[in-house]
Design a protein around this ligand. Structure first.
Ligand code: MRU
Length: 346
């Protein structure tokens, strides 16, 4: 997608220099910076510290990191180099299944040759991009003229290699002249809606407003939200879906107010080995995300300020699991699939 008129992907790989390049999302929306990571351990650290985040982008990055490790292993005497690298990469973030999907694919291809590992890493990223495009096309069919969509967190192009999942249908609807309006939340704990989704929509010139996470019921009750679309970090075989904390609340509210609630995600986010969401490993993040806020002061200097009682601690689960019964369908690259039909489409 475009930033100030220039096309960017969220993450890309320069195999000639064995370097992963990415937009540093911790700096957005206040500054736009590209960083270069020349070693798989730096790339892994970037995933862990959320310089790159979002299921698809994490997956593509993990695939590139795995390819970097295969290239580095040529110079290493450690016969276990690639396996140790895989362990390091897979320990960065536990919930988004795309990470494990990508490391597995690249690791397996790398058994044939280093070139095959690189080829597969590119393929995983290219598939992520084309899947996102198709999700946009299918999802657009759900959106009518002047539709009012609520999305939670960021499942836009920054969360993938390009286009995104939950925002992709909105981009397509906008291109089709439907003039969508987006209610943007996840203002706490991490602020990925307020910071990233709002920035993306602003760049694309799409009408939107940021709302507090607890304002969704207010607008639903007033009949101002037509549809809810969010992304996913992991979907179980029965359709239960892990996504950013607060998603479950939106899904329950949507049911109460008779608003269709859709998940947009590629098949690489479906974990057919998990029969239900009960077995998901839900990441607990530092309570700093909750207790502090970060942003520019009036002089434009980025500051971190405490916004909670000084001696209190917080609890900060990063994701929750929405049971399949709340989900009207999963918008995938193969079409919109009912949760009960997922296994048939394996
Ligand atoms: O912790 P993050 O920012 O990596 O959160 C994950 C997500 O980006 C969201 O849950 C998103 O909606 C999933 S779609 C990639």
């Amino acid at each position: 997608m475009k930033v100030s008129g220039k096309h960017y992907k969220t993450v890309w790989f320069d195999s000639d220099r064995n370097t992963v390049c990415m937009i540093d999302q911790t700096k957005l929306p206040f500054s736009f910076e590209i960083i270069e990571l020349k070693h798989h351990s730096d790339t892994a650290k970037a995933i862990k510290n959320m310089l790159v985040r979002g299921a698809g982008a994490i997956g593509a990055t993990a695939g590139f990191a795995m390819a970097q490790a295969f290239v580095e292993a040529r110079e290493s005497e450690d016969g276990n180099y690639v396996e140790a690298a895989r362990e390091l990469i897979e320990a960065t973030r536990p919930t988004a299944v795309n990470l494990f999907y990508a490391t597995n694919k690249v690791y397996t291809s790398g058994q044939e040759s280093v070139d095959k590992a690189i080829e597969m890493a590119y393929q995983v990223a290219a598939d992520d991009e084309s899947d996102s495009q198709k999700i946009g096309e299918y999802g657009n069919e759900l959106l009518k003229d002047k539709c009012r969509v609520l999305t939670h967190c960021n499942a836009g192009w920054l969360a993938f290699v390009d286009y995104g999942t939950a925002l992709s249908p909105i981009y397509k609807a906008d291109e089709a002249g439907k003039d969508p309006f987006v209610f943007v939340d996840e203002t706490r704990p991490r602020g990925q809606g307020a910071r990233l989704t709002a920035w993306e929509l602003q760049q694309a010139g799409i009408r939107h407003k940021i709302i507090a996470d607890n304002a969704a019921a207010f607008y639903m009750q007033k009949g101002e939200i037509d549809i809810v679309i969010t992304g996913a970090d992991r979907i179980a075989a029965n359709g239960d879906t892990a996504n950013k904390i607060g998603t479950l609340e939106k899904a329950i509210l949507a049911k109460e107010f008779g608003i269709p609630f859709y998940i947009a995600a590629p098949f690489s986010t479906i974990d057919f080995d998990s029969p239900s969401g009960n077995v998901f490993n839900i990441e607990e993040r530092s309570d700093d995300e909750l207790l502090y806020h970060e942003g520019p002061d009036e002089e434009g200097v980025i500051r971190k300020i405490r916004m909670a009682s000084p001696d209190s601690e917080g609890l900060n689960p990063a994701f929750d699991v929405t049971p399949a019964k709340y989900i009207a369908g999963i918008i995938t690259e193969r079409g919109i699939i009912k949760t009960e039909d997922l296994l048939k489409n394996k």
